[in-house]
Design a binder for this molecule. Structure first.
Ligand code: UDX
Length: 431
């Protein structure tokens, strides 16, 4: 099929590359000409394991093209995926749909034949209705259908999540559009009955309900971990004990620094904004947002206790600073709150980050190192911030010459027992 992805970011680029991998002819469009030029030269705009190779292979086979000419790309395509950003206002929690509606108006000018307009961007429920209203005009009302097809791609695992989906959700009342999309996704769902045809509004709400539930699950185990710390219980045992119940499920029960990233913080707030607009109380989601927002304060208090409230002149090393492993994304990463606070209290920060130096941390008393050893040298406190594999088998005695140093393991990569005999004080989450 001939597909146009409008927006070549985390969602549009990965989805477009995967659709081309399935044999479709795909044009990834972006308003950012530099990004498109770079993509034509094989330079990636995002860090996503496996993406460079996937793009190289399909671009070489001419199944995957890049363009900044939206009109031409839309005219030459049968299925148009809208994958542009929908930033959430941090105060009102409302999603900003200006980029979506701008694209829709551009598409409207290029409906030269029947097209399926598929919204993959995370949008408030009823946005599909609004898109339909914009597109309808006297001479084109049978030339399109508007569909909601939410994405469930985790950064760092996006290609895997796309090619091996737990489910594909297609929201539309049009049999024609549904058949076209079912055909498009057939290679991914033929072995599993994981294709769900819902109403358009249901598909829009499924995205928010899924992310808010996952955010709640993480927040739940994080709060349980706070109780575990008081009772000398290892929260990892609780995660195992409850996660083995199929009704609960073992995934997303790893206690940590709280959720960050481009989705959970945004989508939970957007869902609350939708609920408020329709005068419905979502008290659980509200408390999830409140609890997660206070997680960094809890972590700073833990660090205060670990350092016996002596921050001045202390050297603190962060291993990893992104919101999670497998990505270069700093959005809502705990480090963006922890590091400025520790600097303010008089500490000096070293950090090593597998995806390289971060402009967000270009501050006084913050030093980037391109290797773990130098970053940890003579450090008073080592904070393991993300769960990269290269942090899982560290030889701490070699890493640090300080006679007594401490580790705050925000991802529980290590067992406390390992440090019993060593001159290292280990602190975990929920332990
Ligand atoms: C999420 C959803 O998983 C995905 O379906 C949606 O399309 C986009 O948002 P993403 O934000 O990329 O994906 O990462 P994810 O792996 O879900 O982690 C989200 C946050 O939760 C991260 O900060 C991560 O560190 C944290 N997390 C995740 C935990 O603290 N514990 C866990 O067990 C899992």
């Amino acid at each position: 099929m001939k597909i146009c992805m409008v927006g070549s970011g985390y969602v549009g680029l990965v989805s477009g590359a995967c659709f081309s991998e399935l044999g479709n002819s795909v044009i990834c469009v972006d308003i950012n000409k530099k990004k498109i030029e770079n993509l034509k030269r094989g330079i990636m705009p995002i860090y996503e394991p496996g993406l460079e190779e996937l793009i190289f292979r399909n671009h070489k086979q001419k199944r995957l093209k890049f363009s900044s000419n939206l009109s031409e790309s839309v005219q030459n395509s049968d299925i148009i995926f809208i994958c542009v950003g929908t930033p959430t206002n941090k105060k009102t929690y409302e999603s900003n749909l200006k980029y979506v509606f701008k694209v829709v108006n551009d598409i409207k000018k290029n409906l030269n034949k029947y097209k399926v307009i598929v919204n993959k961007s995370t949008v408030p429920v009823t946005t599909g209705d609004k898109i339909e209203k914009i597109l309808i005009s006297k001479n084109n009302n049978n030339k399109f259908d508007v569909v909601s097809n939410p994405e469930f791609l985790r950064e760092g695992e996006a290609i895997r999540d796309f090619l091996y989906p737990d489910r594909v959700v297609i929201g539309t009342s049009s049999k024609k559009a549904n058949n076209i999309l079912k055909n498009l996704y057939l290679p991914l769902i033929k072995k599993t009955n994981r294709y769900f045809h819902t109403s358009r509004r249901a598909a829009e709400l499924i995205k928010y309900a899924a992310n808010a539930f996952l955010a709640t699950k993480i927040t739940y185990i994080n709060e349980i971990s706070n109780l575990c710390e008081k009772l000398q219980i290892d929260v990892a045992e609780i995660s195992l004990g409850i996660g083995s119940d199929e009704r609960i499920g073992s995934r997303f029960l790893r206690a940590g620094p709280g959720y960050g990233g481009s989705c959970f913080p945004k989508d939970t707030r957007a869902l609350l904004s939708i609920a408020k607009k329709y005068k419905t109380e979502l008290s659980i989601v509200k408390s999830t947002v409140k609890s997660n927002d206070s997680r960094n304060k809890y972590l700073l208090n833990r660090i205060k206790n670990i350092l016996n409230n002596k921050f001045k002149g202390k050297k603190i090393t962060f291993l990893g600073v992104t919101f999670k492993a497998g990505t270069d994304d700093m959005r809502d990463a705990s480090s963006l709150v922890l590091i400025p606070n520790l600097i303010k209290k008089g500490s000096n920060i070293n950090y090593y980050e597998p995806t390289g130096i971060k402009s967000e941390l270009n501050k006084k008393n913050v030093k980037y190192f391109n290797n773990i050893k130098d970053a940890c040298k003579n450090s008073d406190l080592l904070i393991i911030h993300t769960e990269w594999n290269e942090f899982k088998q560290l030889n701490f005695n070699k890493l640090n010459q300080k006679k007594k140093f401490k580790i705050f393991d925000l991802r529980n990569l290590y067992s406390p027992i390992k440090f019993k005999k060593k001159n290292i004080e280990y602190f975990g989450i929920g332990r």
